[in-house]
Ligand binder design. Structure first.
Ligand code: 1CP
Length: 375
């Protein structure tokens, strides 16, 4: 990948947020957040580790809750102006190196003809379940229709890009076919990822499972390509329910399909794979062709990175509970992680999973400050 280095401008993102964090020092290298992020995805050296936080656009932010007070989640997602606003909120407040478009993994199944709701206290509930080949046949994977029905996501990306310019990276995303199949077979979220119907479908009706996976793979690939055309600099694939697959079948049930999606993406756009608690080593995740593997906090990040080719970047892996605690502990843990990664190019700082709604803003600020102070 070709990274252009532009001269550092006065009054850029760094300067704008410096007053917020007493501990901030100016960085000395002529790169902006987007260049820093893209360099890290390519495992090139950077003057400081870039960061963003999974679920950074969401409920822990008072400005998100204020918008959400008078609107449903569905309305926020489907209205590009609101989705762009929520995408930008965490970048304005914390100066993260990357924004992630405010959308949901269930947007793709919805475009394929399965409506969904987010029910307070329950989570995802789908309007249909997929239990047979006939059910899978009824799903739409026509690229033109999928694009048309997801045009609100593309518009949110274009509006976000307008404000971010070339200063901050912008991420698109999608759920993996396996994780989406978990929801579609179950018809809803499952406590602690105990999805059982999808496994039964793969065993008892392999034709139905294969057709479902082929259609999901096609629609996810279409959606990711569409997001890249609309301005995404990189894309993240969420295999949030990787651990619902038995270890010996994980490659067949999930990674095989992710590999097909990555192969279909433009080669110059980095793909990040977040496979939460995947039942395989990180090198197996990297073998899907992604440039970055995002790891949960159950692993030692340095040790995991050492077992990967130097060309593969890692993302993570502070505890998602860290921002719930006090800022001093958040600062110290971030410093310790960065110190452990010193000398290993290709690290994007993040949590091991999404930030909690009860996260403390001053502890998020402390993580950002620690990343900026460390070089
Ligand atoms: O305001 C609210 O009540 C809605 C809460 C919410 C939010 C803020 C949901 C419902 N989705 C989102 C946004 C979202 N979802 C983003 C936005 C960008 C960002 O990261 O800031 C992203 C990337 C997602 C992805 C997503 N949705 C995943 C994969 C990531 C992960 O955490 O593993 C999953 C599993 C979902 C499903 C989903 N959507 C919402 C909830 C509460 C859930 C999980 C619940 C369930 O499994 O039933």
């Amino acid at each position: 990948m070709h990274i252009r280095h532009r001269p550092r401008k006065r009054g850029g993102t760094d300067g704008k947020y410096r007053w917020l964090y007493g501990t901030l020092r100016a960085s000395s290298c002529p790169v902006n957040a987007r260049e820093r992020f893209l360099a890290a995805t390519a495992s090139l050296p950077v003057e400081r580790t870039p960061l963003w936080i999974m679920r950074q656009a969401g409920r822990y932010l008072p400005e998100y809750r204020a918008l959400r007070e008078s609107r449903s989640f569905a309305e926020m997602i489907h209205t590009p102006e609101l989705a762009a606003e929520v995408t930008l909120q965490p970048v304005r407040r914390f100066g993260f190196d990357a924004a992630i478009v405010f959308s949901d993994i269930m947007a793709v199944p919805e475009a394929m003809g399965v409506p969904y709701q987010i029910v307070e206290g329950t989570g995802v509930v789908t309007g249909r379940t997929i239990a047979s080949k006939a059910d899978a046949e009824g799903l739409c994977a026509d690229p033109d229709l999928v694009r048309e029905r997801l045009s609100y996501v593309a518009e949110a990306l274009r509006l976000s890009r307008r404000e971010l310019g070339t200063q901050t990276a912008l991420l698109g995303f999608a759920g993996s076919p396996w994780t989406l199949a978990c929801y579609l077979a179950e018809g809803r979220g499952a406590k602690n990822g105990a999805f059982t119907k999808v496994l039964a479908l793969s065993r008892e009706a392999p034709d139905a499972f294969d057709l479902l996976m082929e259609k999901l793979t096609a629609a996810v690939a279409t959606h990711l390509a569409f997001q890249i055309e609309a301005g995404a600099d990189a894309v993240q694939i969420f295999d949030s329910w990787a651990a619902a697959a038995p270890a010996e079948l994980y490659g067949e049930l999930s990674l095989k399909w992710i590999g097909k999606i990555v192969a279909a993406l433009p080669k110059n756009v980095p793909a990040i794979l977040f496979a939460k608690d995947a039942p395989c080593p990180p090198a197996t995740l990297a073998a899907t062709g992604v440039q970055v593997v995002s790891l949960s906090d159950s692993l030692n990040l340095r040790a995991a990175a050492e077992r990967l080719p130097a060309s593969i970047a890692v993302q993570g892996n502070l505890s998602p509970a860290l921002p719930d605690g006090d800022p001093e502990a958040a600062y110290a843990a971030t410093r310790a992680l960065l110190a452990s990664m010193k000398g290993r190019a290709g690290h994007i700082l993040n949590l091991g999973h999404g930030i909690h709604p009860q996260a403390r803003l001053e502890s998020v600020a402390a993580i950002v400050a620690a990343a900026r102070d460390f070089s």
